[in-house]
Design a protein around this ligand. Structure first.
Ligand code: PLP
Length: 399
């Protein structure tokens, strides 16, 4: 029996499925690097059975352009992800001329992957993925905010208010989405976060409330209640699977393309855990597709505050879908010292969670826990928001 490769947008699926229920099917596709059976559709191009529905959604979550379909019953196929347009998501605008500020986000990807001289040597080569090259919050959270809104709009949301708890970056990116799409954004931020955030968020047009809490997650129930009272959408980066999917479909995929281009065979990836969105997706993607890649999640040591990351026991959704090989604790001062070292040797100023990631890498290297080879460090944002913390460090330790 025959099958056809058709544009995925021409296929109609009735029932969206939970991302969790597509995980094993997505893992099979990623591992085999191909699709081995067709999606069965009826005469109106509607997905015809449950198995096909899971395959359809798995491929849609992974971001392919084309899918193999057959009528009547499923057929064996052998179509590579490449042929399905899997890599067409990585589609930068070469001359950097953009039609609007949304393109400025997704047609600017991949974000840079740069070899850091200061951390490389003795057989180790360190590559930093610079997520501050995203346009709205200058952070990795632009990806999350954008995709949560894309999916909400796809699912038919047409409201005028979004509420969210944030440590700044998701809030700034949501404020940008509100400006572009024309909805209001109200944000809850904990007192532990630097004061400049209020100014930045207000400048971007958001309403900001500060709460006497140290973690964003402690405000989730308040935000949820306020949203239901005010008829607003609580977009909820901590539980919204768009946060996992955007990194699976874009961040991890583009990193793979970049490493391939550089001819790098990777030993490991180090990154911070906040909602756990980006590192869980990267872990899932790389561990499924490659043997022997180790992944390290970085969190603040007990009692320490490092904006953007937090301890796993405070509750994270996706880290349980795809666990890092090890969690590394870092103190704020260790993170700041790593920031200053990179700033003074490589000439770029990473943010505090990026500093924590670099400090974790140094700990792993210096303890002999990781062998020489190529490593990627994911740097979520840069240091410009953290002058307050840097200034407190200088006041205590001098420069
Ligand atoms: N670092 C910074 C500066 C962040 O803003 C965040 C998230 O808000 C993270 C790290 C953690 O990223 P994720 O939420 O994907 O775990």
């Amino acid at each position: 029996m025959d099958y056809r490769l058709v544009d995925i947008r021409s296929v109609k699926a009735h029932r969206g499925i939970d991302v969790r229920n597509a995980l094993s099917s997505m893992a099979t596709i990623l591992r085999e690097n191909r699709v081995t059976r067709s999606i069965v559709v009826n005469d109106d191009d509607v997905v015809a059975d449950e198995e096909s529905n899971i395959l359809y959604w798995s491929l849609r979550f992974l971001g392919v352009r084309r899918v193999p379909v057959s009528r009547g019953s499923t057929v064996e196929v052998n179509v590579s992800l490449e042929e399905l347009g899997f890599y067409e998501d990585v589609n930068p605008e070469p001359y950097r001329v953009f039609q609007d500020t949304l393109e400025l986000l997704y047609r600017n990807w991949p974000t840079p992957l740069v070899r850091l001289r200061s951390l490389s040597g003795d057989g180790y080569t360190v590559w930093a993925k610079l997520e501050w090259y995203n346009p709205y919050s200058m952070s990795i959270k632009d990806r999350t905010a954008w995709y949560m809104i894309v999916r909400a709009l796809e699912e038919g949301w047409r409201g005028d208010k979004i509420y969210e708890a944030t440590s700044t970056n998701t809030g700034m990116a949501l404020a940008a989405m509100g400006a572009i799409h024309g909805f209001k954004v109200k944000l809850w931020i904990p007192k532990s976060i630097q004061k400049v955030s209020d100014i930045l968020l207000k400048a971007m047009g958001a309403e900001v409330v500060r709460r006497d809490k140290s973690l964003t997650v402690e405000m989730i129930s308040e935000v949820k209640e306020a949203a239901s009272r005010d008829n607003a959408l609580h977009i909820d980066q901590f539980n919204n699977d768009a946060n996992f999917l955007v990194h699976l479909r874009f961040t991890a995929k583009e990193l793979e393309v970049q490493l391939k281009h550089a001819g790098v065979k990777l030993k490991g990836i180090v990154g911070g855990l906040g909602t756990s969105g980006h590192m869980s997706a990267i872990t899932f993607y790389f561990k499924t597709r490659f043997d022997n890649i180790k992944v390290y999640g970085v969190v603040p040591a007990p009692g320490e505050v490092i904006p953007g990351i937090r301890r796993p026991e405070t509750g994270m959704k996706w880290v349980h879908w795809s666990t890092p090989d090890r969690i590394v604790d870092v103190k704020l001062e260790e993170a700041i010292e790593a920031v200053l070292s990179i700033a003074r040797k490589d000439g770029i100023l990473p943010g505090l969670s990026s500093g924590a990631v670099a400090a974790a890498f140094m700990k792993l290297r210096d303890s002999g826990e990781i062998e020489p080879g190529h490593y990627v460090l994911v740097f979520p944002d840069n240091g410009f928001k953290y002058a307050e913390q840097l200034s407190a460090y200088f006041a205590k330790h001098g420069s």
